[in-house]
Structure formats: structure tokens, C-alpha cells
Design a protein around this ligand. Structure first.
Ligand SMILES: C[S@@+](CC[C@H](N)C(=O)[O-])C[C@H]1O[C@@H](n2cnc3c(N)ncnc32)[C@H](O)[C@@H]1O
Length: 309
């Protein structure tokens, strides 16, 4: 995260694709979030979703796409409220104040989803009051203040919130301008039992459960075959995956073209629609707004029907 990349253009049209939403959530992390959240659902793991630091919704929109029936999604952000201390206020005015309003976040989110998540407009420290049920979450994304004192508090929120083998993700764990996040994350590893699972250039993925469960989920995919760089490192005796590079682009032009075409006239058969198989299509379905997603699903189903006619 650096200075707001969109501050010169505060009036924006309704986003159609995730990449139209300003933010700092890059393809490798979009894919890692998708694979972890899908992997949990495929394994029958249920739990709530939580994001600390949402900005205009780029990461929240993708996370919200994975919420299953019976699960909640809560986001916490200051938006246009006052920061709780001077250092946090400086951070806000340097990076977010020019464009960030709760209204702008909500408009972006509703371009992709029919309903908003539970919104807590407050400093993330309020979540230490127990309003997030202990061990209720399967996925927590921490991307709010990058100051040590705040991130150290967010670590404890995530630790209390996560259930068995739940995954926490920290943004900016190694950027030159965010030493506070680095300090809090590695303190969590060496003093508070957090176990690294995977590292991307921007984000640290960890768990207080068994890292192998999450790593096995990730290693089911052919990352190198899809063009990503996958390495294994050993940190203090623990094996950690490291992913980077420019693999398959989640913005799939084929799916976009499909979405733009009118839906077929024939009736869509009742019953569950099988999950799309290709990585590009699956990601595109995650990233497109609901109307476009429905159109893609209709086209995929129609193509399958034609094949079985
Ligand atoms: C880097 S941005 C989040 C980016 C977003 N996750 C994305 O991928 O686009 C950080 C966000 O944290 C919020 N924030 C900063 N300090 C905070 C605090 N103490 N409590 C809650 N939110 C805070 C800011 O308002 C900003 O929206």
C-alpha cells in the first residue's frame, strides 16, 4: 500500500470488474484468497468471515463472494470517522482521506452483491470487546492501520475470532514503509504461536491451527503450471510456501465476452449448477458483479446442455 492511487479522480463510475475498484489487492492474493476460501468450503469447513480495513471494498468484494448460507461477513473500517490517535490520523490523511467514504464503499460493494456485510465503522480496537464470537471465524483479513500498536491489537482480535485451522492474512507485512506491521506479525509468530502458511509479495498467510492443512489445500493446484513462481522456505524449522509472479490473469476476457452476450432463450434446467472447472472461469465468476455472474452461469449451463443434447 502506498499513496492513494486514485486520489486524482474521486468521481468514479459504477465498477463492473474487481479491478475497477481502487485498492491494493493484487492478482496473486486474489487467487490465494479464492483458493483458501473455496478450499475451506469444499472441505466442509464453515465459519464467519472478517475484514479489518476495507477502504473502497476491493478485497471485501471478493471475500463476500465466498460467504455461504449461515455464515456472516463483518468488515471494520474508520471510513470517514475520526482516527483514535494522532499517528493513525496522519496515516489516514496521507493515504485515504481524499477518496474514502463509507458511502463510496457501500456503492462499490452493492455493485457486486445484493446485500452489504455487517459494517462496523470504528477503530478496529472496538473488536476487542467480544462482539466477534470467539472461534467463530474461518478467515480474517487484517489490512487496517499499519502502525505496530494497532496491528498488535488486531493480532489478538484474529486469534480470538478464528476457529480450528482458520486462516489470518496480514497485508504489508514486509513493506519498507510499514515496519509496524512487520514487527507485529513476526512478534505473533515468535511469541504468540502464529504459524506461517504462505507468503506473497504483499501478504502473510498464517494460522493458529495446523499449517499443513492449509498448505495441502493450496498445493492441490498446479501453481507453476499456471505461470506463478512457487518456492518453499524453512523459517525456524517450519516450511512456508512463497508465491509470486504473473500467472493466469483473473480478469478472464472470455468470461467477460460471455457475460456481455444476451442469455439463451431456452429454459435453464432446475437443480444445482455444477461448479465451473477452469481456473480463469472460476475466478471470473468470483470477480464479476451478480448480474454478469448470472449471465456467465447461464451461458456455461447452456453450453453444457448443448453438449448433452
Ligand atoms: C490499505 S486500506 C485497505 C485496503 C483494502 N483491504 C483493499 O484491499 O482494497 C486500509 C484501510 O484501513 C482503514 N483504517 C486505518 N486505520 C484504521 C483503524 N484504526 N481502524 C479501522 N480502520 C482503519 C482505512 O480507513 C483504510 O480504509
Amino acid at each position: 500500500m502506498s499513496a492513494d492511487p486514485h486520489s486524482m479522480n474521486p468521481v468514479r463510475p459504477t465498477p463492473r470488474r474487481l479491478d475497477d475498484v481502487p485498492g491494493w489487492f493484487w492478482p496473486v492474493d486474489q487467487l490465494l484468497f479464492t483458493r483458501i476460501l473455496d478450499g475451506q468450503t469444499d472441505a466442509g469447513t464453515t465459519g464467519d468471515l472478517l475484514e479489518l480495513g476495507t477502504y473502497l471494498g476491493r478485497s471485501a468484494i471478493l471475500i463476500g463472494r465466498h460467504r455461504q448460507a449461515g455464515e456472516s461477513f463483518t468488515i471494520c473500517d474508520l471510513f470517514d470517522s475520526d482516527a483514535p490517535d494522532a499517528a493513525n490520523a496522519d496515516e489516514m490523511s496521507m493515504s485515504y482521506r481524499k477518496t474514502l467514504t463509507r458511502q463510496a464503499f457501500e456503492a462499490n460493494y452493492l455493485a457486486f452483491h445484493e446485500e452489504l456485510p455487517t459494517v462496523v465503522q470504528a477503530p478496529t480496537s472496538v473488536l476487542q470487546d467480544g462482539r466477534i464470537t470467539a472461534e467463530s471465524c474461518r478467515f480474517v483479513h487484517i489490512d487496517a492501520s499499519h502502525l505496530y500498536e494497532h496491528v498488535a491489537g488486531d493480532v489478538q482480535v484474529a486469534r480470538a475470532a478464528l476457529g480450528k485451522n482458520g486462516v489470518v492474512v496480514f497485508d504489508d507485512y514486509r513493506s519498507a514503509h510499514t515496519p509496524g506491521t512487520a514487527a507485529a506479525v513476526w512478534e505473533a509468530v515468535f511469541s504468540h504461536g502464529l504459524r506461517p502458511v504462505c507468503l506473497s509479495p504483499e501478504k502473510f498467510y498464517g494460522t493458529w491451527g495446523d499449517p499443513l492443512v492449509v498448505q495441502e489445500m493450496l498445493l492441490r493446484h498446479d501453481w507453476t503450471g499456471e505461470g506463478w513462481d512457487l518456492c518453499r522456505d524453512t523459517l525456524a524449522g517450519v516450511e512456508v510456501l512463497r508465491l509470486s509472479g504473473n500467472g493466469i490473469n483473473p480478469s478472464d476476457p472470455e468470461a467477460e465476452a460471455e457475460a456481455a452476450r444476451p442469455a439463451p432463450v431456452r429454459a435453464v434446467p432446475r437443480g444445482p449448477v455444477p461448479r465451473p472447472r477452469s481456473v480463469g472461469r472460476r475466478l471470473a465468476l468470483d470477480l464479476l458483479p451478480p448480474v454478469a455472474t448470472r449471465a456467465v452461469r447461464r451461458r456455461l449451463q447452456a453450453a453444457r446442455d448443448r453438449r448433452t443434447d
